[in-house]
Structure formats: structure tokens, C-alpha cells
Design a protein around this ligand. Sequence first.
Ligand code: ATP
Length: 590
Amino acid sequence: MLFEEVSRYYEKLEQTSSRLAMVDILCEMLSKAGKDEIKNLVYMTQGILAPAFEGVQIGVAEKFAQHAISMATGFSDDQVLAEYRKTGDMGLTAEQFMGKSRLRAMSKKEMHINDVFGAVLKIARTSGEGSQQAKIKMLVEVIASGTALEARYATRFALGTLRLGAGDATILEALSKMATGERKAKSDLENAYNICSDLGRVAQVLAEKGMPGIGQIMVSLFSPIRPALAERLPTSEEILKRMNDKCAVESKYDGFRVQLHIDKKAKKVEMFSRNLENTTAMFPDIAKAALSEINPGEAILEGEALAYNDATGEFRPFQETIQRKRKHGIEEASAQLPLHLFAFDLMYVDGEDYLGKSYGERRSKLESIVSGNGLIRLSDRIIATRPQQIDKYFENVVERGLEGIVAKDLSAPYIAGARKFSWIKLKRSYRGELSDTVDLVIVGYYAGRGQRAEFGFGGLLAAVYNDGKDVFETITRIGTGFTENNMQMFYELLGKIKKDRKPARVEAVVEPHFWVEPRYVVTVRADEITKSPMHTCGREGNSPDATGYALRFPRLVSDGIRKDKSPEDATTTREIIEMFNQQKKVSVKG
Ligand code: ATP
């Protein structure tokens, strides 16, 4: 498939403001890719070179791209920089100069999707002495070989700023349509994706073997599984009701989520974060302990790593655990303050997939393979049948400095990649306060007025994630809680991802001064959830008097953006409706 054709589809994607149209464009584009091209095309459309766990970083520096554009087009570095300052988009800058370059006719040659993908991958992998020149040369060749439109998208891809706005769920829907003409295969494709966390691989298997091949994608060692997530409820009564009057209740540890893969014969241990990045280097102590403290030959298990003082039984604050994120001094840190891994789930043992087995079975097996008295412990838990038992346990763990509890359905399988009621969290922060915090996606912002005019920033338009529809629905405008520093930060950060029209996956009635690509998540506290015609969160139908949900008196509580959350990790529409219903009950009771 020619990259020129891909570029035309990308342009169409950029211009549409309808998610359904987006699915159709993606479906048509993916159908045209060859079996040996579709994987790279999917990665490119996601704006990545490989799934997160492979750790291949995309993104050449702006300076570097600027120089490559200058060399490819014959215009000076200063001219390129001046244009970039105007547009703020290196892709558009490359397009502009390619459009008027006199060198163009000399270097033009046909490029396929794999040529462009391969070149950007090679640029990312080239390092060491003299690599700068080699990288620039490769980028010059890509920019100079194509049309002006191709230069736009190749440059953005190389910089890591392609941002087409197609989320994983939208791409999965397009693949389903490609394979069956309808949406119906989406859930099978999603299951396969949840198991292997690699959308490119799912697309390739689909192209090569069709839906039967998708059913054969299995859990495999060193390829992370997308993590199960917890729903939330505010009381132990609600939790037990949902769990049919019996459940396990575990301590909720506040550290790093770790998915640990171990092959003892090969003496190999790897760990992955909640976002599926390879975090093995952060935990040398746990990797070492795993080889002696876990018993089968091969296993995948999951737990929370945190600083814990074995002598006093005291859990250390998250701030101390997080110091491990620094790349340097990990060895010293692990000597001073060893982390413990509190294991809470098991997904695979010696060739056998445990995902489909019940929590009860997974837990018994977990207990039998972890010795439990070294650095790897089992999460503490009880089995509860009465609310009072949960409350007592809750008070106890909170007193010990933990975050709260996670209740687990004894008969449920491990539901990879989804937030379901088989796990329900109850946190310290849900109690004794009027409102819980929510995590919202920024979809737009407002220009500053009065005192704020100098920052050019006057607040945010924020949305929740509707995971059923794969869209972002607005819920509030946030105007308070900003420090001068973070106003400046938002202004700069959001200026870079401004869009000239509403992004296709955003559903909104209100118009901010500027739309932005849904990318950044912030934590917000509000007094109350109310019904409002101004917002689309949970709104049924499009009639002018349809109402959605909105937040009253929202204020920003996170210090800037939440780097650990992607837009699809934001609070969901469903959770807001649940919180609204709970709130009604509380006020009826009160
Ligand atoms: P939070 O900020 O509340 O941790 P989250 O969105 O990161 O939210 P959730 O799925 O809502 O994650 O809550 C489950 C999280 O709690 C897991 O990601 C895990 O890191 C952590 N956790 C701590 N202890 C446990 C436990 N015993 N069982 C399951 N998860 C646990």
C-alpha cells in the first residue's frame, strides 16, 4: 500500500468530526493493506512503533526535524523555524516547504507504508557515535521522497505527534467491520487484544487467518495481559449486595501495580506496569526474590509493589516507593528500603491459562506457588458475608496506613482489560467526605480574562470516558484550583495539541474557545453531581431538552496532569451515573 494513499486516509480522519465515519475510514484503509503491512499500519495509526511493553520510543527532537526539513526542501533552517513558530506543527511546516520546494522533482520516488514505518523505526533504533547525522539523513530521505501531504504525516509520525484521535476501541471496531462487515466480531477481537496487548498483532492474525486465528491467541509468557480494573461503591452493604452476599475482601495497597512473568528454567523474570510498560529495571530485588520464592517453572502473577518495613509491619508512604521511578540509584534504594510484592492474582502457570478460572481457584493456586515469607507476600484478605465484617476489616487496614479494600467476586474469572463489578474498591477517600474525586480528560480550554489574561488561559472543558460508545462526553468546565504555575503549564501543553475543530470522539453541546485532542487526564473534586442540558455525560438521545450529568463546583486537585492515566483510564460515564444514584440515596436517607 502506498504511503500516499495512507496519507489521504489520515487527512480524511483528521477532517471528520463523527466517530462512526472514523470507523468507516479506518475500515476502508485497513482493508487495503497487505498481510505484511497491516501490523505496521495499525501501529502507525496508533502513533507508535511497537506496543508499550517493547519499549521502543518514537519521537525525534523538533530541532532535528527542523533541520531535516531544511535539507529536504532547500529552504534555510531559519525559514523553517519561522514557519514552525507560526503553525506550531512541524508536519504542516514540512508540507508547506515540500509544496514549494524546487528540489522536489529530483528526489520523488514511490514509498510504501512499510518504507516509511521502517525508516522511522530505524531512526528510533540508531544510537551511538555519529548517529545524529545518520538519523537526519534517513529522515531527509523520507520527507524528500514523497508528496507534500506525505511529508506532513511522515514528519508527524517521526516526531511522535501524529495523533489521529482513533482510540484502541475504534480501531478494533474497524477491524471487526473489515473482517465481518459488522461490529459483531469486536468483542472477540477485544478479548484477543486484552490477552496479548498488541493491536498490530491482532490485526495481522486477522488478516492472515481470519476470525479462527483470533480465537487461538493465547496468554503467553513475557507478553503482558491488559490488567483487570475495579469498579467502586461507597458502602459495604452495596458491595455485598452486588456480590450476592459473599465475597473476598483484600487490602488495597498503594504502590506500583506489577505483572510479573517468570520462567525459572531460563532464570528470566520480567515485570510490567499498569500501562504495560516494562518496569523490570525498577525492581531488581523483586526479580531476584521471584526466582527463589515462586515455585512452578513458569508463571504470570500480579501484585502491588511497595515499601514495607518487615520488622515493624509498617507500610511506607507511596512517595517513598515512587523514588524507584528514578533510573539512577535503584541498587542503593533497594538496599536501603527493599520493596515487597503483595501478590493478589494469578493468570498463568506452567502452560495452563488461569484467566478463565474462578477467583477462588486462582487464589488457592497462588497460595500454593508463593512461599509467602520473603519479599513476595500474599495480599491479606478475609471472606465476608456480612457488612459489619467488611467495615471492621476496612477500619483495620486504614489504621495501618493502607488505602482501603478491594472486594472480589469469588466465582468471577480474571476479566482482562475491563473495569467490572467482579472487583469493587472502597477507599478511605470515599468516606467522611462529600464527594469522591474523579479523573477527567481535557477536551478543550478557555482563553483567560481579567487577571488571567496574561496567561492566555481561563479554564478547562473536561469529559468522562463512555467505554460502551468509545467517546468522551463533557461533564464540566473547570475554572478553579489552578496555581499560576499550572495555568502556564496548561497553556503551553494544550497549545501544542489544539485542534481547529471538535475531535471526532468528543461529544459536546458547549463550545470551548479551543478544542484539544483528548490526551491529558486531571483529577477533580466537586461538591455534587447534577443533571444538566449543557453536558453530554450520560445523555440519552439528541433532543434539545435531553439532559446529561454535570459536576457542581468542580476544582482541580491534581498538581497538573496525571501522567499515569491515559484518556481511556478516566472515570467512566457509568461510574458517574452510579455515583449520582448513590448520592441520591444518601440525600434521601439524610
Ligand atoms: P486507583 O487510583 O484507585 O488505584 P486505578 O484506576 O489505578 O485506581 P483500579 O482498577 O480502579 O485502578 O483499582 C485497582 C488498583 O488497586 C489496581 O490497579 C492495583 O494497582 C491496586 N491494588 C492494590 N491492592 C490490590 C488488591 N489487593 N487487589 C487488586 N488491586 C489492588
